[in-house]
Ligand binder design. Sequence first.
Ligand code: ATP
Ligand code: MG
Length: 416
Amino acid sequence: MSDLQPVRGTRDLIGEEFRRHAHVIDTARHVAGLYGFDEWATPIFEDTRVFARTLGETSDVVSKEMYTFTDRGGDSLTLRPENTAGVCRALVTGGLTQSLPQKVFYAGPMFRYERPQKGRYRQFHQIGCELIGAAEPLADAEVIAAGWDILTKLGISGDVVLELNTLGDKDSRDAYRAALVAYFTAHKASLSEDSLTRLERNPMRILDSKNEGDKALVADAPIIDPYLTPAAAAFFEQLQAHLVGMGIPSVRNARIVRGLDYYSHTAFEFVTTALGAQGTVMAGGRYDGLVEEMGGPPTPAVGWAAGIERLSMLCNEMPKPMDTVAVLPVVGQIDPDKAISAAVDMMQLLRRSSIRAEMSYSGNLKRRLSRANKVGARYAVFLSEFGTAAVRDLISGAQIDMQAAEVPAYLQDRMR
Ligand code: ATP
Ligand code: MG
């Protein structure tokens, strides 16, 4: 036995777990494609500044959760904690700010040093969509609709609620921030230590606090609505009208915030009560200032990211895995080698007809058959060395004889 264990907060994806994971990605990739999103893959590690600059030095992710290391060349690198920064970096370094809009889908591992628990890992996986280069509320609506359709296709939109908020434009936010500072300063004595720091640095983040005492204060804190400029209020109205038109239900949650200045207007989360404390499955919003932060021109953008582990835990309807055909050489009549090679030929024929086929590597007929049943094979094909075959339905037990050459077409009709 080995004393080696998977690193805390990491998991192996094997068998059913891998299938669920892949199903989430395949479904999301397909639906995102219908909305015109093309897949990108950016590196899993980046220059640390890609994240430090854009996520904000004071954010939890940057201050506590990043896997940062110095490589052998002395450069500070970070395993990506999320992928929006990498996509924006790639957009800028690839000169793509000249060909907008870009609609990007991605899927892959992310890394955060967190306390592992159900639905929270140190290596986890996200899918995400970014629509870069459109400032219209229709862009926000389409991004949300793509997310909604993915959840629907996965069969989980019934368990999930879309919570929607607006952070307004800069003027709205400045006015709102002043109101929040006034309110929380008046209740300073009851604020948690973390939130006292936030009051100095980033007061809106107090709305996001998980501290119970803070939550009680937050419940009575002012909301942004009276501080929205007419333009920001109109943007939010139009987004909601688009969503209604698209048949996507949402509820207002005025407590959804994003701590950083480049976030504006739309902020949203898809939330479920089915996963205990880890209830947010998909989170996103508009980040009009991020591309500029990365050294590009001012560029509007909106997107979301979703945790694949949390989605895959919610998924109850899985597509049926591919049926298998077990091929069995009937050895022993005249020439065993001939029977085996007839079976190998049949296996290749089936595979090249898009049928999953396997043969045991050793054993007599009885053992091969019991292995075929054990792996849940759907059909068994017994092959003689004379070019004939018997096809047995392993569920019903019914068996029929035919020429070997007829087997692929026979099975293709039944296994579709
Ligand atoms: P939380 O409040 O749960 O920590 P977050 O605000 O840090 O979430 P985002 O950065 O918005 O999360 O990431 C988007 C989504 O990625 C989350 O809604 C969640 O589904 C997933 N996610 C984030 N961190 C983890 C993690 N450590 N393990 C598994 N999934 C995660
Ligand atoms: Mg987090």
